[in-house]
Design a protein around this ligand. Structure first.
Ligand SMILES: Cc1cc2nc3c(=O)[nH]c(=O)nc-3n(C[C@H](O)[C@H](O)[C@H](O)COP(=O)(O)OP(=O)(O)OC[C@H]3O[C@@H](n4cnc5c(N)ncnc54)[C@H](O)[C@@H]3O)c2cc1C
Length: 110
């Protein structure tokens, strides 16, 4: 199939009924100069940038980098929420035990 995915919104609310419908298809392409980059990609150049970023981030104190932006990984919502809950639990434990916050709750290089 040429598209990444196909969505028909009426299926999100099966209890509703509609006479008409909207179906849309998403097509992937490389991000251009004027686009908003949506998806983290890890090619050679990006991996080097990530390594530089991770090394710099590891020097920061009192901050934990999480999520898609903070770890430069493609994440779905369920994984993002799961990791956010684990990170907040770990942060609360650090605060209670007066330990330093971890720089990353998930190793971004894995
Ligand atoms: C086009 C697209 C379609 C997707 N479809 C799905 C899907 O169908 N199902 C699914 O499960 N997941 C989907 N995802 C993935 C999902 O959106 C992400 O996994 C999720 O939003 C990641 O959450 P996050 O909190 O890590 O990052 P984000 O939601 O990106 O949140 C980061 C936040 O940080 C803010 N920010 C950025 N820079 C700064 C700064 N310097 N200072 C302060 N704030 C800043 C941003 O404005 C943003 O609000 C899709 C993502 C995209 C882009």
């Amino acid at each position: 199939m040429p598209y990444t995915r196909i969505t028909e919104h009426k299926h999100f609310a099966p209890w509703e009924s509609h006479e008409r419908t909207v179906v849309y298809r998403e097509f992937s392409r490389l991000c251009g100069e004027t686009d908003t980059p949506y998806y983290p990609i890890r090619l050679v150049k990006e991996k080097q940038q990530l390594l530089n970023y991770v090394q710099k981030a590891r020097g920061a104190k009192g901050v934990t980098f999480i999520g898609r932006l903070g770890t430069y990984r493609y994440l779905d919502m369920d994984v993002t929420i799961h990791e956010a809950l684990l990170a907040s639990k770990s942060m609360l434990e650090c605060i209670v035990s007066k330990k330093q916050l971890p720089c990353f709750s998930v190793d971004p290089m894995v």
